[in-house]
Design a protein around this ligand. Structure first.
Ligand code: MTE
Length: 324
């Protein structure tokens, strides 16, 4: 029987120093609950209650785009303020508009990340050391939350495949498990014993090696703010946002599919795969449409969040209504 509740040592830190972002600046120069409804409430937003299965919405008026940045589909990037003031980070609070205030000043330097499990080169690296090994690039990704809202976000970071190559996964490694920091003294939400802290997420090896899987270190060309998962979080844009763990302290390669935070709490509601799929509804709301933060009307949700060309082949032999 697997143990869903794990502990990792508490770590503390300060603010990420600017000098580690020199590479990034150079790069940018060249770039333009177990059925307990109330405890799961933050994962069932009121906007979702108005949806009916199969509801589609198109022709949403475009949000203002002060940055001029767009994704590859022409969608305007959300503003820095929207991205950094409306967050899911249960370690601080389940109130999306309260995360930024509670996370303000959260110390993220020094910070270490442990690489372990089925790797030829297990090691523990400081964030500064790690980030200095990779060129930082900007990727403008859509983020679709399982709750039915979405954003377009200009992340900064480097491919997850490069990070994994550094530690040399063994042939027997089938999954990558990401663990978020456990820091009850500074993360008030972690004192809620109902949740299986620390937050854990995972990917299958081929998913982790897909070029879209990204290690995020910054936002809008600036260091990642604490509320978005500083100093380092994952972005897996074809999956619901909960697959993208924040403030990672441990990356472990495993043979077994790891138990994950939301899947442990409510396996019938949050599958391990969690691919964005407008045809497979959440048991309590439709996934056919979404509200882009900053827009009034809803827009249709795209299969694999619009990244089907890059990822659909990984699931060609799977029934996505079973492996949701
Ligand atoms: N990671 C941790 N550690 N804790 C969380 O509560 N929430 C997830 C994901 N990663 C979460 C997390 C969810 S549900 C979403 S939608 C995204 O983070 C939100 O990321 P954002 O706040 O940067 O938009």
């Amino acid at each position: 029987m697997k143990k869903p509740y794990e502990t990792v040592p508490v770590r503390s830190s300060e603010i990420t120093p600017e000098h580690i972002y020199i590479n990034r600046r150079q790069f940018l120069k060249g770039l333009a609950a177990v059925g307990a409804g109330s405890l799961l409430a933050a994962c069932a937003p009121d906007i979702a209650k108005t949806l009916t299965p199969g509801e589609q919405a198109t022709g949403a008026p475009e949000a203002p785009n002060p940055s001029g940045l767009t994704d590859e589909l022409g969608n305007a990037a959300n503003s820095y303020e929207q991205i950094s003031q409306y967050n899911n980070f249960y370690e601080f609070t389940i109130d999306k508009e309260g995360v930024a205030r509670l996370a303000e000043g959260y110390a993220t330097s020094p910070w270490t990340i442990e690489f372990s499990g089925l790797v030829n080169k297990p090691q523990t690296l400081s964030f500064d050391d790690l980030v200095s090994r990779f060129d930082q690039e900007e990727r403008i990704y859509r983020l679709r939350c399982v709750e039915g809202w979405s954003m377009v976000i200009p992340w900064l970071g480097f491919p997850l495949s490069k990070l994994l190559s550094l530690v040399e996964p063994m042939g027997s490694a089938k999954y990558v498990k990401f663990t978020t920091i456990l820091d009850q003294d500074h993360m008030p939400g972690q004192n809620t014993s109902y949740y299986p802290w620390p937050y854990i997420e995972g990917l299958r090896m081929d998913e982790a090696m897909n070029d879209l899987s990204f290690v995020v270190t910054g936002l809008y060309g600036k260091p990642l703010p604490p509320q978005n998962g500083a100093p380092l979080r994952i972005a897996v844009p074809w999956k619901y946002g909960f697959k993208s763990g924040k403030s990672i302290v441990k990356v472990e390669l495993t043979e077994e599919e790891p138990y994950t935070f939301w899947n442990t709490i409510a396996p019938h509601e949050y599958g391990f795969y969690a691919n964005v799929n407008p045809q497979v509804d959440h048991p309590r709301w439709s996934q056919a449409s979404e509200r882009r933060i900053g827009e009034l009307s809803r827009r249709s949700t795209l299969m694999f969040n619009g990244y089907a060309d890059q990822v659909a082949s990984m699931y060609s032999d799977m029934d996505l209504t079973v492996y949701y």
